[in-house]
Write a protein that binds this ligand. Sequence first.
Ligand code: IYR
Length: 224
Amino acid sequence: MSQSFPKPKFVPLNFQYLLIEEQIKRAEKFYENLNRRRTVRDFSSQDVAFELIEKAILTAGTAPSGANLQPWRFVVVKSPDIKRKIRLAAEKEEFESYHGRMSEKWLRRLALLGTNEHKPFLEIAPYLIVVFRINSITDGDETEPTYYSQESVGIAVGMLLAALHHAGLATLTHTPSPMKFLQEILGRPKNEIPFVLIPVGYPAKDAKVPDITRKSLDEIMLLV
Ligand code: IYR
């Protein structure tokens, strides 16, 4: 073999050992808090402290990723002009989706959630976080794919939603489809693929959410 690979460098792990009582208390509190998270579609226009957004994105950026390539970009949209462009483009695509592109089976599922092609929250929420998946990296004339980028960005988005909720904010996990317009409006390069759009803010005073339930532990866990 002619290549010489770089040597790994190790440092001591900074692991926090906790007493079992403390572990159980934290696990319960964390579950109770995350179990209150709901996807919100009725936002207030009340402003959000930008440092909360920054801290949540820093938290998302601690996610594990394939070969530690951290294949994510978080574009934070505050500009009303850009929010309007995004709303108009999303509503155009969503109209097509709700009027022909989605199957009847799919539309029946969505009927329970009461969603439709109107997306006022894209202008009302004080911030939109648009998450992009970086699918390749280029160094000079060499291009290399990122590895497990779907999984990596999915994990980071989960951590982002948890962090925003933990900071007392409401979110919507929104996937207008197709999402290519986000790359164009936000001027991102072609190796950055739109992954999800997350309006962030406070719920409207009279916000309502669908009356849904979560599967029980028995339904989602197997111990073998
Ligand atoms: N993207 C559309 C449709 C939609 C699809 C699923 I799957 C949902 O869980 C919710 C909505 C929209 O945002 O309305």
